[in-house]
Every structure is written in structure tokens, then in C-alpha cells.
Design a protein around this ligand. Sequence first.
Ligand SMILES: [Zn+2]
Length: 392
Amino acid sequence: MKQTCITLLLVIAGLIRAQLIAPLEGIENKDWFVVNYVDRDTSSGDSTDYHCGNLTYDGHWGTDFVLRDFRQMDDSVYAVAAASGRVYFTHDGDFDRSKQADTGGYGNFVSIDHGDSLFTLYAHLRKNSLLVQVGDSVTQGQRIALVGSSGKSLHPHVHFEVYKDGWIVDPFGLQCDGFPSVESMFNVAPVYHNELQYISSSVAPDTLHLDDLREDPRQTHITSGDSYITYWVHGLSIDSGDVTRADWYEPSGTLWHSDSFTFDVGYRYWWYYTYIYGPVIQKNIPFGSWHVKSYVNGNLFDSVSFTIGELGVEDGRKVELLLSPNPARDYLLVPTPLKDVKIFDILGKQVQTRIAMADALRIEWDQLRAGVYYLSGKNEAGKELILKFMVE
Ligand SMILES: [Zn+2]
């Protein structure tokens, strides 16, 4: 009798220690999405997730917690220790903006030893973002690094692996008939979700490709200098045979153009995008306030608004000539604090450069070739200002 009690206590202690939390910060199904689970089917060529669904792929031995896009990655999302333990292994130094899944492995990663032969691993982290070293003690929920897209990675995400007694295991357990036949290892497991869901959308000038869309391009003021206007929408779980449609309405409310697309393959993580000609090509395109409504299988899915207008001559805008105080440097001192800063070239086309810092009075950018540029931004009162500057 006494022996039984001791055994029972040990088992309970083991279970408590194994309780995991999600390996990153943020809100489930809003800030991140489980896109691929562990492939429970060990036979080659077949795959099944813990729910006997298809949210996995053949040979995927981990769970992918995926961010919305690279913009969110740039805003810093932390991977956290799923349970307390000691850092067992780390790797850092790999490029962290990968958009390809052909080469590379884990990229930058951290592995944690939780005792009782339980280990976790967090892969594809951002370069030089590791906050822990081998041997460090970590507590559950402690930040260990930033989520990135290093190694073999299409999107910023944490590929999360759990090992028990030397074997890789599925922390979600097994739950095929509505009740668990293997218990989840999570304290509160993320909800299994395989329904169509909206993530994000916008319009942006130019013709865009999938790699651009992963960055979350958004610019709702299209100018007379733009040749194309792309509408895009990003979502979860679209099925083979589903039809997406985008209807473009000009300022008068008249349908300008309609596009539709049939998915011949289903995707867990998908984008639909379509463009129309902008003012440079389509000379008679009406200026003013436009709308795009998009549909999936005839049901309204999304709606966005944007404007088309001349660059720099609208009412309420102020154009000033301002020479960069030091044209040899990649920064500009502006006369008033600005936010939502964008840079346009002399033709009014937005320059696809990343602004490294737009802090109050000083704006830094990655690299601009010699030329004259416009910089637009909003002042503290929310009024849009346009400044003109020169890079020598
Ligand atoms: Zn993965």
C-alpha cells in the first residue's frame, strides 16, 4: 500500500513538470497560428496530424507556430521557454530573413533540458537575438530569443520540437475521435483550428510577388506616379476548388474590374492577390476614394479602401524643399517629429527601402541611390507632410 502511494506521487510530479506552454508570446490565432503539426504517420508518403487531420506534411517532426508576416517579425516577437529547465544547446549566426524551404536546417536555435529526459527545441530564431547561453537556468515563459526566419524557413515562425526519453513526441498528444487517447503535454493546448480565417489584407503600388506579400506591403494612398495597384489578402485554410474574387469599385461606386481565381490545391497559409493598372498606364483612371471587396466562394471575406491622387498637390499637404544637411550620410534631420514615414522617388513611386529608424527628428534608411526624393509622414497633429530632399 505504501509503495503504491509513493509511485502515484512520482507520476503526478512527473506530469506537473511536463506541462508546457506555447513557445512564443502573443495571442493564439491572432498573433500566431499553428500551421503544421507533428506528422504522426511514420510511413513515407503519408501524413496525419494529432487530430487525424491534414495540418502537417510528410516527415514534419515538430509544430510550426507561424507569425502573420515579416513586418510583425521586425516588431519583435519573443520565443519563450515552454517549461523551466536548463539551456542545453544553442546555435546563432545564421541569416534570418529566409523565404525558401530548399536548403538549411534549424537555423538559429535553442534547446532546453527540462529534466526527466524531457527536452524542447526552438528553431528558426532571429540572428543575434539569443538571450540565453548554454547552462543558463530558465523559468517557464522566460524570453529566450526573437522569432525569426533562419534556416529552412518560408515565414517567420518557431519550429518547436519535444523529445521524451530520446524520442521525438507530439506535445499535442493524440485526439482522433473527439477525446484524447494520448494526453496533451500542454497546460492549455492551443485549439485545433482548420477553418477558413482572415489574417490581413491591404493594397500597395506595383505588381507584387509572394515574397513581397510575406512582408505585409501596405500603402493606401496610390499616386499619379504608380503603374500598378495590387490588392492582396492573407488567410488560413483554403481548400482545393475554393474560388476567391476581388471586385474593384471606383469613387462613383461603379464596378471597375473583377478578378477571380480558383485554388487547385488547398493551403493552410495562403495569399490571394490581383492587380489593376495605375495612373501611369491607365490614364483615365478616376482619382478619389476606391474600395475593393473580396469574396471566398461568393461570401464577403474582406473589404479595403484606398485613394488615388496626385502626389504632393492635394489640399492640406505642404511641400517644402529641404536639402539633407549631410548628403553623404544615410539620415535626414527633419524640422518636426514625424511618424508613418515613407520615401518616394521623383516620379512619386514609393522606394522599397526599409527605414531603419524614424525617431522624432532623425530618419535613417537602408540605402538610397543619388537622386531627389520625397518623404511623407504624419506630424503630431496627424497632418501629412511631404518633404523633398536630395541624396548626393
Ligand atoms: Zn516546422
